[in-house]
Design a binder for this molecule. Structure first.
Ligand SMILES: [Cu+2]
Length: 157
């Protein structure tokens, strides 16, 4: 669980006062590169733009497994967020609810999709304001695979 705790409580406490004066330099404006290793690649990675001050954002992507072995993603780390969780959305009595997902399985020679209304990344406590057009790099930890992906902030899919 160490991966989930990249930032200290002290750093979080400072966010409110420091965010406006000294932010992370803007990421390069280049088109979203798809990062991959031989087996695992990530496409269509995006974060839904949220109102300023939102403490939680949602991230989506499609994970492709080009190998003959299933790949299980169990953790995500990020410099821009205090914590990232894998979530699933479920309907209960007509109400949409979210629950933590232990692992996301990417089938052999297949793909897994994180999309609105389904599985998603819950991005907690952003360290900087993220506006449409910005990118934020998340690192997916999937078994032996560790893949960086630049997520583009967008208003909608
Ligand atoms: Cu969620």
């Amino acid at each position: 669980m160490k991966l989930f705790c990249l930032r200290s409580a002290a750093a979080l406490a400072l966010l409110g006062s420091l965010a406006a004066c000294k932010g992370t330099p803007p990421d390069t404006v280049a088109a979203t590169p798809d990062h991959s290793d031989a087996a695992l690649s990530i496409t269509n990675a995006w974060i839904r733009e949220a109102p300023a001050g939102a403490m939680m954002l949602a991230g989506y992507a499609t994970l492709h497994n080009a190998s003959a072995t299933p790949i299980e993603c169990t953790a995500v780390s990020a410099a821009d967020f205090a914590r990232v969780e894998l979530h699933q959305s479920q309907m209960h009595d007509g109400m949409a609810k979210m629950a933590a997902l232990e692992a996301l399985m990417v089938p052999a020679n297949g793909s897994a999709t994180l999309a609105p209304g389904g599985n998603h990344l819950m991005l907690m406590h952003p360290a900087r304001a993220l506006k449409a057009g910005d990118t934020s790099t998340l690192t997916l930890h999937c078994g032996d695979h560790r893949v960086d992906a630049a997520f583009t902030v967008r208003v909608s899919p």
